[in-house]
Write a protein that binds this ligand. Structure first.
Ligand code: SAM
Length: 263
């Protein structure tokens, strides 16, 4: 298969050409609950879930970013249903249910709090083969008292240097919207783009340089751009010709390696 290409077709067709265990990592946000009408295209969730499992390498991860629409006053629960389908019918593990927290969401009216988050499920095919955790500095520095047993078997205390770095939590905070999710103006012709930093953080965590990343719903090309800058191979599918053209135009423009906060 040709790499570094967005296939303008249904992702089932692209995946149908892939051999088993071809892809290291998938990150995507599917068109959920018809919240937005992406030029009228629909997708066959169940078949796609099975195909993702087939084409993924053992230890590979799928990051599935979804939220629910509210229909007749109730949230649909589609995201949970999909997560359970991935686990119970397909064979993935639900490795982690992470949260993509939007610092500045669209305000909501009615008897509900503002909708600040989407789910960011990490489905794994067995135990993840790569985990490069993002870390942050711990609050306390210097030396800590560590219990130890002295010669006589009595408890003693020893001063040991504190760990200065710890893994971050599984809620990821991003500001979103015009000029923030990406600096590429052209991307905003698509109605639902990923913040580039979100894609960076997930690719960083679950892959190494040279790994092959796939986005079956490539939209404006965010995954392709970030994977490329991070020296990962990539491939994508996008059913809308208009969005493929936007993505290709966007991909011509990136020039710098300094768009992201290096971890
Ligand atoms: C939520 S958007 C993805 C946006 C993307 N994450 C970005 O940063 O621009 C979902 C995309 O899936 C595309 N799509 C819908 N059904 C599809 C299918 N069966 N195969 C491939 N793409 C599809 C839509 O046209 C839409 O652009």
């Amino acid at each position: 298969m040709e790499l570094y290409k967005i296939y303008n077709e249904d992702c089932l067709i692209t995946m149908g050409r892939m051999p088993n265990e071809f892809i290291d990592f998938v990150i995507t946000s599917p068109p959920y609950d018809d919240i937005r009408n992406y030029n009228g295209f629909h997708f066959e969730f169940e078949k796609i879930a099975h195909e993702l499992f087939r084409i993924l390498k053992i230890g590979g991860i799928v990051i599935w970013v979804v939220a629910d629409a509210t229909v007749d006053g109730s949230e649909t629960g589609t995201s949970f249903k999909q997560a359970l389908f991935f686990k119970e019918k397909v064979g993935f593990r639900i490795h982690d249910t992470m949260i993509y927290y939007k610092n500045n969401p669209m305000p909501q009216t009615g008897k509900r709090y503002h909708q600040h988050f989407e789910y960011m499920f990490a489905f794994s095919k067995g135990s993840p083969k790569t985990f490069n955790p993002i870390t942050e500095q711990t609050k306390y520095r210097g030396l800590a008292n560590m219990k130890n047993r002295g010669k006589e078997g009595l408890l003693d205390y020893e001063k040991v240097p504190r760990t200065t770095e710890k893994k971050v939590g599984n809620v990821f905070f991003y500001s979103v919207g015009g000029g923030i999710s990406t600096k590429d103006k052209i991307a905003y012709h698509h109605p639902a783009i990923f913040p580039e930093q979100l894609v960076y953080d997930q690719i960083y965590t679950w892959t190494n340089e040279g790994d092959l990343v796939y986005d079956p719903f490539m939209g404006s090309g965010t995954t392709a751009k970030v994977a490329h800058i991070m020296n990962r191979k990539w491939i994508g599918s996008e059913i809308s010709k208009e969005y493929v053209e936007i993505a290709n135009e966007r991909l011509k423009n990136y020039t710098t390696n300094n768009l992201f906060t290096k971890k």
